[in-house]
Ligand binder design. Structure first.
Ligand code: F6P
Length: 319
């Protein structure tokens, strides 16, 4: 393989730039030409492709977002869109593609693989909703951003003796809520994967107040419920003064954590090694300190296991 392209697609995630740097420099070290595709699959269709050298990815390892920009493309999921994308790759002499992003990006990668394109996926999404990797790139930073916000809210919650509902991102996944909730000392964590009983949440709040608790923090995953509605309902049912904070896109930005940069560097380089070894249609993932490669079909068909027991643990520890 003499020429590799890479793109970032879907929601950006902190650490994507570190992964881009790793792909480019690992491929250059192997003697390949490297092309960056701007705006994800939409840019592949439109031919927004430029050659990258080692300096093009200098000074980006610590930056959030993605220098290649990103997009969500519906056109790519049409036959005509995919044919045009493949034609663009041919025109530029591109023999392999690295696609970074979440499940939508992997679906796109699988479509290309089925059409005979050599393609490897790199899991990068704050949602951490993919199986066959300990973690997706961006998750650790998003959790730490949420934790910083929770710490700050805790100060004012204690000062005024209030209950706070904090809504976090994650789309259909409760991973950010679960980890930020447990590590942030939340009293209740509501996630889409586990049914919750709001009466029980309220009863726990009131029991806490009886024990002398001065404030309460409840973490709601956006996929479970609207934080605003939960906050209003809690105030109505308990009479406790309640405030709501929706963290939103703050969780997507910022300098990537050390862990995200490490995982991104390992997986970006691994994606190139997989292509050089002649494999295609796989996602690279991290397992401990090693990387693994799993067929994308299998990744998409496997729900990510969730440590549900952590909800109960958070409740016990928040006494
Ligand atoms: O998939 C990443 C994510 O940030 C989700 O957590 C969230 O639901 C979604 O993207 C938001 O998408 P958008 O940036 O298009 O509003």
């Amino acid at each position: 393989m003499r020429s590799i392209a890479l793109l970032t697609s879907g929601g950006d995630a902190p650490g994507m730039n570190a992964a881009i740097r790793a792909v480019v420099r690992r491929a250059l070290a192997a003697g390949c030409r490297v092309f960056g595709v701007h705006h994800g699959y939409a840019g592949l269709i439109a031919g927004e492709i430029e050659e990258l050298d080692t300096r093009a990815v200098g000074d980006i390892i610590h930056r959030g977002g993605t220098i290649l920009r990103t997009a969500r493309s519906e056109e790519f999921f049409t036959e005509a869109g995919q044919e045009t994308a493949i034609e663009q790759m041919r025109r530029h002499g591109i023999e392999g593609l690295v696609a970074m992003g979440g499940d939508g990006t992997l679906r796109g990668a699988l479509a290309l693989h089925r059409r005979g394109v050599a393609v490897v996926g790199v899991p990068a999404t704050i949602d951490n909703d993919l199986a066959f990797t300990d973690v997706t790139i961006g998750f650790d930073t998003a959790v730490n951003t949420a934790l910083e916000a929770i710490n700050r809210i805790r100060d004012t919650a204690t000062a005024l003796g209030r209950t706070f509902v904090i809504e976090v991102m994650g789309r259909h996944s409760g991973q950010i809520a679960l980890v930020a909730g447990l590590a942030g000392g939340a009293e209740s964590i509501l996630i889409p994967e586990v049914p919750y009983d709001l009466d029980e949440v309220c009863a726990r709040l009131l029991r806490g107040r009886e024990r002398g608790k001065r404030h309460s923090i409840i973490i709601v995953a956006e996929g479970a419920a609207s934080g605003l509605e939960i906050g209003q309902e809690i105030e109505k049912r308990t009479g406790l003064e309640t405030r709501v904070t929706v963290l939103g896109h703050i969780q997507r930005g910022g300098t990537p954590s050390g862990r995200d940069r490490l995982v991104a560097s390992i997986l970006g380089a691994a994606a190139v090694e997989v292509l050089l070894a002649g494999r295609s249609g796989v996602m690279v993932g991290i397992r401990g300190e090693e990387w693994i490669a799993t067929p994308i079909e299998q990744v998409l068909a496997t729900p990510r296991p969730l440590p549900e027991a952590w909800i109960g643990l958070a409740e016990v520890l928040a006494r």
